[in-house]
Design a protein around this ligand. Structure first.
Ligand SMILES: Cc1ncc(COP(=O)(O)O)c(C=O)c1O
Length: 290
């Protein structure tokens, strides 16, 4: 079980393959990234992740000439080097190596970096018992400032909110936008169930278009679960029948307490469990077609 790094196609251990200190990704957080995980050794929904990576890069305003096929070859090489049963995989593309200035014209080309490590099991009891969340005092970056739709490696907004959640003993921080509407979790998207209706905030509330969010909405549509993208406020979360968060690593994780108060029955809800089962079924189908 191991670690692997790839930088511009050079694959090796984290000790062997290193970044230049003047890389804009390190100096300014001037990079976009994707977090993926493998099931049966292969990354799940790789094409959607690569498409979102390209959208983030376009919003950051630079070009990536490396093709998806070339990125996939590098990912395969990294996974083969690491030899894990299941891996966590992060792909990071920065604007490139600069000189600690905003003279972007001096940068020759983007850096394509990858990091693989063994996938850590999720918290014990996460799906059976559910998790706790708090509404962070810190607000999500407004769309007009640093659009949360960009999966940018500048994660201070997320990291500070998560620190706040951890200081309160909670698993996840839920951030509101500057209008006081629910935006998203520090590392997840937010869903509620109210009177059998599945609800999640629209992208206009300022959030990452999560791939697990998208898959959850697709599953709801395919299985005739009533669903809607709707502006939500903290009171909607507090009075929900069910609350859950979604992410590539967490899948669909039930949240049973918010700011210390129980949500619904205080137990993971039936619709959350049903959607999680369908999500896992979809993973099986994707990784083992027919
Ligand atoms: C801020 C934020 N929102 C949402 C998500 C969920 O996105 P995805 O389902 O694509 O992993 C993440 C993932 O880490 C995230 O960092």
């Amino acid at each position: 079980m191991g670690f692997a790094v790839s930088i511009d196609g050079r694959v090796g251990s984290p000790e062997e393959v290193t970044l230049k200190i003047t890389d804009n990704g390190f100096v300014f957080g001037d990079s976009a990234y994707e977090t993926l995980r493998t099931y049966d050794g292969r990354p799940f929904e790789l094409d959607r992740h690569l498409a979102r990576l390209r959208r983030s890069i376009a919003l950051l305003g630079f070009d990536l000439k490396t093709s998806d096929d070339q990125i996939k070859v590098q990912i395969d090489a990294c996974l083969a080097f690491a030899r894990n049963d299941e891996s966590y995989l992060r792909v990071i593309v920065s604007r490139g190596v600069g000189d600690m200035t905003y003279r972007f014209e001096r940068i020759a080309e983007p850096t394509v970096a990858m990091f693989v490590k063994p996938l850590e099991p999720s918290n014990a009891g996460l799906y059976e018992k559910g998790a706790s969340a708090v509404i962070a005092s810190l607000r999500r970056n407004p769309i007009e400032a640093l659009n949360p739709a960009i999966k940018a490696s500048n994660l201070l907004n997320n990291a500070l909110a998560t620190r706040e959640a951890y200081a309160k003993g909670a698993f996840e921080a839920i951030l509101l936008n500057t209008r006081g509407e629910v935006a998203e979790g520090a590392g997840s998207n937010v869903f509620i169930v109210k009177d059998s209706l599945l609800l999640t905030p629209p992208l206009s509330c300022g959030l990452l278009p999560g791939i697990t969010r998208e898959l959850t909405l697709e599953i709801a549509a395919a299985t005739s679960i009533a669903h809607e993208e709707r502006v939500l406020f903290p009171a909607d979360l507090q009075t929900a029948d069910e609350l859950f968060i979604t992410s590539t690593l967490k899948e669909l994780a039930p949240v049973v307490t918010l700011d210390g108060a129980p949500i619904g029955s205080g137990q993971p809800g039936p619709l959350t469990a049903r959607l999680l089962a369908s999500y896992r079924e979809r993973i099986k189908q994707a990784q083992h077609p027919e």
